[in-house]
Design a protein around this ligand. Sequence first.
Ligand SMILES: Cc1cc2nc3c(=O)[nH]c(=O)nc-3n(C[C@H](O)[C@H](O)[C@H](O)COP(=O)(O)O)c2cc1C
Length: 197
Amino acid sequence: MDAIFNRRSIRKFKDEKVPRDLIMKMIEAGRMAPSAKNRQPWKYIVFEGQQREIMLGVMEQGLIAALNEPSLPEGAKPGVLDAQNTLRIMRGAPTIILIINTNGTTPFGPPQDIFGRITEITDCLSIGASVENMLLTATEEGLGTLWIANTFFAHEPLRAFLGSENQLAGAIAVGFPNEIPEMRPRKTTEDIVEFRG
Ligand SMILES: Cc1cc2nc3c(=O)[nH]c(=O)nc-3n(C[C@H](O)[C@H](O)[C@H](O)COP(=O)(O)O)c2cc1C
């Protein structure tokens, strides 16, 4: 409960490397998560040092390309601008973990049949459970994290960079926190629970 209540999205990090054993502890916690049909549809690619810079450069170019894309719907523009802000935050984190859905593919393909949609939903839920295990473990170890979905705005260039056919389901920025944010607003318990019986 301490880790659950103390975890915050951290957007300012100290200029200090994250020891490998702490990253491995996070991955170990992620590995133990429950998953639909025990498919364990996750893989984590840890970027540090120069490779991290190259990967973030690919994301930057991908976001610029998205902004300049004539077919970008007007409503999507704020999303790309927000992703550029997330990229700035990622640049301040010493370690970036990319989250791969090993059962997924590009989200830009044709709509799937019902079975495919249910599989994708349950795989995403499973990955969410795995990522949350990782974030809570990081909190317990004194690390700060930011769970990131804004990689989707540069999905195709990042996927090509990874050389993967799978879905890039997001990222986790990891580092030692350089801020102590207040708890962000939460719905009340009454808002989210209903007992019937
Ligand atoms: C699936 C998911 C995707 C998110 N993507 C981003 C993101 O791309 N950029 C960002 O700054 N925050 C991102 N967040 C962080 C949320 O904004 C944050 O969790 C929420 O505002 C609650 O704040 P807290 O984490 O400090 O409790 C994401 C969170 C989740 C769970």
